[in-house]
Each structure stands twice: as C-alpha cells, then as structure tokens.
Design a protein around this ligand. Sequence first.
Ligand code: NI
Length: 171
Amino acid sequence: MVRKILSYPDPELKKKSQPVTIINDNTRELVRDMAETMYDAPGVGLAAPQIGVHQRVIVIDVAGQDEQPELIVAINPVIIHAEGESYEEEGCLSVPKYAANVRRHAKVVVKGLNLEGEEATWKADGLLAIAFQHEIDHLDGILFIDHISQLKRELFRRKYRRSSQEPEGNE
Ligand code: NI
C-alpha cells in the first residue's frame, strides 16, 4: 500500500527512530509499503519515519529508470566505516521542490540486518553511499537541509514558506 509521505516541517520528521527488535509480519508489511511508496513517488530511498513509523528501517534503490529494480532493505543500519568526501546535489521526498549540495562521505560501509534478520554488510560509493547517509540521517531526525549553510537554509525557509502558501501546481 502506498502511504502518505510526511513533509517538512512536520515534527514527526525530527523524532529519533527506535531499533527494530523483532522482524515479523508487521515489519515485512512495513517494508513492502515503504518500497511501494518509494517507487510510486518516485524516489531512490525512503526511511520509515517519513511515513510516520519511528523504526530504524530504510529502503533504497538507486538503479536507473530503465534498469532492473535493485531494492536494498536495511534494518537497524549503522555506518561502520566512512572515507573520502563528496559534494553532490540532494533532494528528499519529504522536502518537495528543493535541492541543494550536501557534504557527505564518498564511500561508506554499512552494517545492519536484512529482511530475513540476517546480518548484512553493504559497501557503497557514489549515489548509493549518499543514499545510505541520507536515509540513516532520517532515522535520527536529520534532514539534508540540516547540513546546508545557515544562509542557504534561511533562503530555503523563505522560499519554502512562499511556495507552500501557493495553491498546488502553481509554480
Ligand atoms: Ni529524504
């Protein structure tokens, strides 16, 4: 089922998510819904708190539109190694119509559980490394706009306030 994606400045997005202690049918349903919601949007990643569920679950698929889907499900993901720097443009399904360059690590190694409850390790670079860092941030209540400079954030707030007062589709 496609769920509603919460958008900034919804306070639910600022809350810290809790670790998953048991993987059961509810978890599997949550992951199914998250994947459907992400593909429907469409987006390359989604974290559970974005649909109002404060559990440490993320889904990512950075395969291009013409490629086969490659869904990554990471439960209780933790970055265990990070190196290099990147400064790429990011957006977020919870911050519609806005993009900004964000400083991230270029490569990360992430450990967590897969949907079968097995320990898994993901070695990521490029877009996938950015997606992992962006989605794991969501689990701690951090949005990509929290990483941009104060000046840019102020401009963003003004622009966002204006655009959210306009009727839908009137850009
Ligand atoms: Ni996001």
